[in-house]
Design a protein around this ligand. Sequence first.
Ligand SMILES: [Mn+2]
Length: 364
Amino acid sequence: MRRIFEKLNWGKGVTYVIGHTAPDTDTVCSAITYANLMRELGYNCKAAVAGKPNKETQYILERFKVEAPQTLEDATGCRVILMDHSEYAQAVHGAPQARILQVIDHHGIGNITESHSVIYRSLPIGATCTIVYQCYKEFGVGISKESASLLIAGILSDTNCFTKASTTFIDLDAVSELSEIAGLEDLHELYKEMERATTDYSGMSDGEIFLNNMKNYSIGEIRIAIGSIDVPEMNDAEPGLDEKEMEFIDRMHAVMPQIMKELNLDFIFAKIDNHRENATYILHYGKESDEIVKRAFIASAGEDGVSAAEIPVEEAIDKAHEGEVHLERKICGEYIKFTPTVNRKFFVLPRITEAIKQKMANFA
Ligand SMILES: [Mn+2]
């Protein structure tokens, strides 16, 4: 394996190991640890971020006393290793003019291109950090206490502490070995603190809260973004909790037009999780976005000529949870509410993508 890495065109300068914009814990921690591994193998690599890490990630870096990676403003002309994404829409500015040496990811294949040989490693597992752990094992390189802590944090974050449908035994095995190296006994305590940091929106405007975990996607010529936001924990001793939560969701809805305009998007969507209710609210904005949402999440096959996206809602979620969970869907005014919560990568994005493709096909 080491020989294969020698074949990459490393050049003379530094190679940046960098995750997606709106950096989260998996993207940042996988970049730091993978850069460490590449340096161990003798390559001049440096971790970087494509924006300000979110609050959860800031908490992790502080807790494990790790310096935040430098921000790479523009990757034009740079050599890069992309972590946790494969879409230009999510990549650092200038990525189309960068040379990609490697991609380490656990999402679908996006629209990046590279004419030179690359190492492209993608697995349908819980976190990019798990793949980095596998790479360490493959090379027989020891994992430091610090790197082990960061990898655990990335895996806990992306799998919501092993509760997401994307979690695999590979992720669980990785964490069980890593926690011994890291000397971390109480992972639930760690995850609780991470959750607290995630919904600490103090000092942030509504727009910043929305952008905190928003991802951009290109579907052909169509540019969309999907924000993923958690309703902050509120004091349930006070009356009117439901209204306060809805007020927060309405505030997120209110910033969507401005974000859509500024980023020149065709549509913008949001997936807002209210953990108290164990529910997800789907929000949409953009011309005829209601039709897309209808196709993606409401319409049943054949009804009024509007066909549902490939997999019926119930089937999709049942599959994800192996038949143990029944998904409920409710129309709440302009929003669609799912109980229990649904996943952006496996549930929301594929259905919206399919609905947009159908809409485009009908139009053409
Ligand atoms: Mn990830």
